[in-house]
Structure formats: structure tokens, C-alpha cells
Design a protein around this ligand. Sequence first.
Ligand code: PGA
Length: 314
Amino acid sequence: MRSRIHAHVGTMRQLEILLAVHDQGSINEAAKSLFLTQPTVSIQMKKLSDAIRGPLYQFVNRKLVFTDIGLELVKTSVEVLDSFARLDVALGSLRKFKPSTLRLAVVTTSKYFIPHLLGPFCEEFPDVEIQLNIGNREKTIERMKQGVDDFYVFSHPPQDIEAQSLEFLDNPLVAIAHEDHPLGKQKSINLADLCEQPFLMREKGSGTRYAIEALFKKHNLQPKVKMTIESNEAIKHAVMSKLGITIISAHTLTYGGQSGLVRLPVKELPIDSHWFFLWLSAKRPTLIASAFLKHIKTNGRELLQNELDKNAVN
Ligand code: PGA
């Protein structure tokens, strides 16, 4: 069975004072070194001596001399305080995020900008390992229910999962067509005009599709869906191949991704949605997750918004 002697010893501070008295060889000098008064040091040593049930030191010819009991306690105090010093070092290196993993599950459309957020973050924390899972909205919601990731990215966050969120970026959904498309030559068109055209739609479970369907429903309209495609890139290529028109996140058109395409001036567009980072309320954030959140708030938001504004398709 473990000894309970530690329960009688007052506080760590008393052990610190004891070591100062031992090192300085005097109550007065110990008090000075710790910026305490002499009576405070004496009182604390008396308490410690009572707790240990024996004298810690005595005065021989006015000189402070430690007893065997006192010396034993000094030895143990050094070990205890050294253990805490080692704990401090261990925590310090943990705080330097070595090694650590950041887990993100993001919806398909956010893959256009998430890497641009991760780049500068990894420069700052080179030892961090990133696990990036990409799926459509429905798949990302499923993953969120399992709760293994640090952050989730949606533009249409689920309402039935207890989570905190940070809105960090605009997500305008715009209509695009091949650059030769006759609708592209017009100054202004209506959403109803899009319904005359073959429409390329994302798959069921996609957040983009969810937003498009909500818009058409609001205006009592229905697009003429010609193809259902599970990828933004494949949809863009289908538009370039004159297979139809679509409504798509403006982020898919950044970083040179708009060549051969034209944005249609539809009065009811863009759909003004926004991107959110979400994290589960029940999950305690890791140190690296907290650092990432700080990165988004301080640098990330502005960096991404600038890219979006700079690369917006005309
Ligand atoms: P999606 O999601 O990639 O599944 O279409 C985008 C969104 O949530 O808006």
C-alpha cells in the first residue's frame, strides 16, 4: 500500500522554502532570496516540522544545523521538485506540437481553397501531420457524427449536431456557360431562362445541389437536368464541352479554373452562401486544433477572401 505521508506535508511552497533555508543556511537569507519576511519563513518551517513530526533543524552556537529528519526531507523535496521540473519540460515540448495530427473533414467544393489555408499553417508548424478527408455534404455529415476529426467545413452546416462554428468566407454560387453560349452575350437574364437550357447538376447529398434546389423551389421553377455529375471539375469540363450550363461555387473558378467559361448575368444570382468551420462542442480541442483556429481567425480568412475577389470570373 502507498504511504500517505505526503498528505501531512502542507504545500509545495513549503518544500521550496525548506530548500532555500537549507541552501542559504539561514532563515533570514532564505527569506531575502524568496522575497518573504523572516516570520513567514519561520512559520512555514514550523508547520512543516509539525507535519513531519520532528525537528527539521536546530541552532548550535547560533548556527542553523539540519537534523537527520530535516536532511531526509530536503532530499525528498529535491526529488519532488525535480519531477515537476521534468513535467514542465515534457509539457513544453508537447506544446511545441511535436508530433501532432490535425484532422479535417471538408465538403468537396472547399478543396479549392483549404490547401491554400493549410500551406502557410504548415510552414509555421512543420512537424504537424495533416489528415484531410474530402466528401460531399452528406458524407461529411456522416463523418461528423462519428466525431473523429478536429474540424469540419460546410457551407450548409447540419442543424442537428451539437457544434460550434466560425463563419470565415463567402461562397457565392454563380451560373456558368461555355464562352460561346448565346446567354453569355446578354446583359441580364432571369433564372427562368436557365430552365430552357440543359442543366448539369451535382449528385444527391451535395451541398451545392441542396442550395440550387432551394433557389429553384423558392421561385417555383425546375431546371431541366440533363446530367448528374459527382464532381465540380467534371461539371466544368462538361460545360466547356457544351453539354449544358450549371450553377457552381465561384471557388471552383479560382486559380485559373475559369478558362473557356463565362459567368451568366442571372438576376436571381449569386446564391449568397458562406463557408463555416465547425467543431464538436463535446470534443476538447487539441493544442494543434486551437493553433489552427487561431490561424484561420488571424491570417486565413483575409488570405482566402483576397484570392476569391482577385480570381472572380467575369
Ligand atoms: P458539396 O458541398 O461539395 O457537397 O456540394 C458544398 C456545400 O456544402 O456548399
